[in-house]
Every structure is written in C-alpha cells, then in structure tokens.
Design a protein around this ligand. Structure first.
Ligand code: HMG
Length: 392
C-alpha cells in the first residue's frame, strides 16, 4: 500500500494592522456595499515597511516549527511573486533566519498565485519517494495594485507555511490532479514595477474559464462528480471570485448538497474576507479558514482550485484527517487576527508609500513597535537587514 502524504501542519501570519474597506470606499467615492458585497471584502491587511515576504514567511513558519522538526526539514519551497532578489531565493534567507540545518534544499518557486501549489505538489511527490522527509512549503506575498486603482480594494498580504510529510495530521493529498497552462496577459508585473498591471475583468473571466477546464478534466480522469465532495476551496483574490467559481458548478449538485457546499464556502471565505489577497497563499488561507470555521469531522473530500495569472490553473483534491485540529495553532491565529488595529485611509496611504524603495540607498526603518518576531530593520550596502526579537 502506498504511503499517505499531505499537509501535516499549517501556519499563518499577517501583519498587525488593517484597513476597514468601508472607509476606503468612502474615501474613493464608492458605495461601501460595492466593496463589502460586490467584491466581498471587509478588511484588508496593511503591510508595514518592516515586513516583507521573508519575514512574513518566518513569522508563519515559526508557528509550526520545533527544534526537532527544524532538524528534519529536507527542503524549503518558497512560492512568491514578491521576491526580494532576482537571483537569490527567498528560501535561502528564510532557512537562515529560522536556523534550519544546512543540509537542506532551499528554492523559490514563481508562477503568480500558483507558486505555492507548485511547491505543494513538488513536496508531495518528493515525500512519496522519501517518506521520512519533511518539506516546508511557503506561500507569501504582498498584493499591491496602487492607490486609487481598480485593484486597490483587492490588495492584502501575508504568509502561509505548510509542512508536507507522510501520514499527515491535516490533509492527505490525492496523487491525481488536473492542470492547465496558457500564455495569457491578464495580470503581470515587469521587473521594474512594484505594482502589478492587470486587465481586471478579463482576469476574472480567465479564472472562471480555467476552473471549468480543470474541473472537467479532473472528473474525466477520476470518474468523480460533485457528489463526491464535501467542500471546494478556491484561490480567493477577493471572496466574490470564489463564490462565482462555486456558482458555476453548484447547479449540478442536489438541493441538500448545494446548501452544505454553500455553508462550507462561507466558512472558507471568512478569514480571506478580513485579510485580502495573499496572492499565492490565498488558496491555503481559504483552506485554513474552512478548517477553523467549518464543522468538519475528518474523512471529508475537499476540492482545491488553484489559479495563477499569466496563467496556470490546477484542480486537485484531498481527504481531511480526523486529527486536523492538531495541525494549526488556533488560539495564536485567532489572537493575531483579533488583536489587529485599524488604520485610517491617510495612515494606509503613508504606509503604502513607505515601502522600501527599489534603489541602492541605505535605509533604517522605524522599528521598535513590532509585534512580530521576525522583521526587516532596513538596508545597508544593498543588503536587507533581517532581525528577530526574542520577546514575541
Ligand atoms: P471594478 O471594475 O471596480 O468592479 O473591478 P465592478 O464594476 O466589476 O464591480 C464589482 C462587483 O461589485 C460587481 O459584481 C458589481 O455588480 C458589484 P459582479 O457583477 O461581479 O457580481 N457592485 C455592487 N454590489 C453591491 N452594491 C453596490 C455595487 N456596485 C457594484 N453598490 C475587479 C473589480 C475585481 C476587476 C478589480 O478590483 C480588479 O482589477 N482586481 C484585481 C484583479 C483580480 O483580482 N482578478 C481576479 C482574477 S485573477 C487572479 O485571481 C490572480 C491574482 O490573484 C494575481 C495572481 O495570480 O498573481 C489577481
């Protein structure tokens, strides 16, 4: 019998400030219901200049690591499209910050919001061959579109850290999956830009078309239908997007199942609604949200739709383990989200503009009020200064 492989633990980090989107709507002259209902977002994480993808990933990973598990990590796969260096992988900085052993592979994986899924699948294949190995998979990003842009309401940021092992406590992954790639210009970010370029409405249509394509192909490969699933989780750039995805297939389910799939979707969008787009971590935040807010017992089949602009889509599935609640730090995650403070639109704009500029100047950042263990203190001699405090 082949070994069970999948997600053993999940960590999540998002910074300690958020922007209430009803306030942003008023400031931009929009009806708040467009943001709260039409887009489906209530709060948006505001990323201070002292956090980047490396520090956010470290803050997420430390939630799930012990000295023992650190020493067992064979590989770090860091999915991001907000990398801090065009050559050196964020995973190398991360491995150093976390004090991982040096006999570790550390690689960055990029394909827009699909990167973490590529990492997860590569990790699972690796563990199927090396069942004693543990692989740390990261999805970390800062979603930036620009002040006053149409995408502004769909910003956010944070990091997901997943430990992939044999005999996992959270989710056993099925080996079968369906994937699809096409060269599409719906969203991209040339190397000289800090904000993404996006053809917004077109991107939503491509997302839905890719979902249809991989869902059909998955059913053809497996013979499964919607009746085999307890929940579907989606890449959520904003929660309405996943809701549209679910609505696309819901009519093929019985009335009872439509109600339960919808209830599970509500659970799976709750945390994303209050954090915003994490880009490549969003699908996995949605899964974590389902685990936190849903009523799962274990044994349920969950379908995952991953989408990364440019574009790549994948549909895969897994079975929730009865031990899933042992795989994440519920109290810490709830406290982190509850203890965030709201910023005004003016404060958000200031923080947005304070992001470390893309130049060679030395910078000392205003640190001292950090609630996070890992943070960025500035830049000297064209090198980022990563720090950790011991009191967090
Ligand atoms: P927009 O043009 O400002 O919004 O852009 P809209 O006019 O399309 O309205 C949005 C919804 O609000 C509509 O609902 C309106 O009817 C509704 P829908 O028809 O779609 O169901 N609405 C209202 N509802 C209630 N009360 C009201 C009201 N007014 C309007 N008063 C858009 C929206 C998402 C296009 C924009 O924010 C954007 O460009 N976002 C960024 C792109 C994006 O997130 N695309 C998603 C698919 S691509 C993807 O997921 C990949 C990505 O994560 C990147 C990666 O892979 O790296 C983005």
């Amino acid at each position: 019998m082949s070994v069970k492989v999948g997600i053993d633990q999940i960590g999540f980090y998002t910074p300690d400030q958020y922007l209430p989107l009803a306030d942003l709507a008023v400031a931009r002259g929009d009806d708040p219901n467009k943001y709260l209902i039409g887009i489906g977002q209530t709060k948006q994480a505001v990323i201070p200049p002292t956090q980047d993808v490396v520090t956010m990933a470290a803050n997420a990973a430390e939630q799930i690591l012990s000295d023992t598990t650190k020493s067992e990590i064979a590989m770090v796969l860091f999915g991001t499209e907000s990398g801090v260096d065009n050559s050196k992988a964020s995973a190398v900085y991360l491995a150093h910050l976390l004090g991982l052993p040096t006999n570790t592979r550390a690689i960055e994986v990029k394909q827009a919001c699909y990167g973490a899924t590529a990492g997860l699948q590569i990790a699972a294949d690796f563990v199927r061959v090396h069942p004693a190995a543990k692989v740390l998979v990261i999805g970390a990003d800062i979603a930036r579109y620009g002040l006053h842009s149409a995408g502004e309401v769909t910003q956010g940021g944070g990091a997901i850290a997943m430990m992939v092992t044999a005999n996992p406590r959270v989710l056993t992954l099925d080996a079968v999956s369906s994937y699809h790639t096409e060269d599409v210009m719906d969203f991209w970010r040339p190397v000289y830009r800090t904000e993404a370029l996006v053809d917004g409405r077109y991107s939503t249509n491509v997302y839905l078309k890719f979902f249809e394509t991989v869902w059909q192909d998955y059913q053809r490969q497996t013979g499964k239908t919607i009746a085999d699933f307890t929940a579907f989780v989606f890449h959520l750039p904003f929660t309405k997007m996943g809701r549209k995805g679910l609505r696309q297939i819901l009519p093929t389910a019985s009335a009872d199942q439509q109600a339960s799939l919808t209830a599970n979707f509500e659970a799976s969008q709750e945390d994303n609604r209050n954090v915003g787009n994490l880009y490549t971590g969003s699908l996995y935040l949605s899964f974590l949200s389902l685990l936190r807010h849903g009523q799962l017992q274990g044994g349920e089949t969950v379908g995952f739709f991953s989408y990364g602009s440019g574009a790549e889509g994948e549909f895969f599935s897994g079975t929730v383990e009865p031990t899933y609640r042992k795989g994440f730090a519920e109290a810490k995650i709830a406290a982190m989200l509850d203890q965030r403070t709201a910023v005004t639109v003016d404060e958000y704009e200031e923080l947005f503009n304070e992001q470390l500029p893309n130049d060679a100047e030395d910078v000392r950042l205003p640190v001292g009020t950090e609630h996070a263990r890992y943070y960025l203190a500035g830049r000297r001699g064209e090198q980022r200064l990563y720090r950790q405090q011991t009191t967090c």
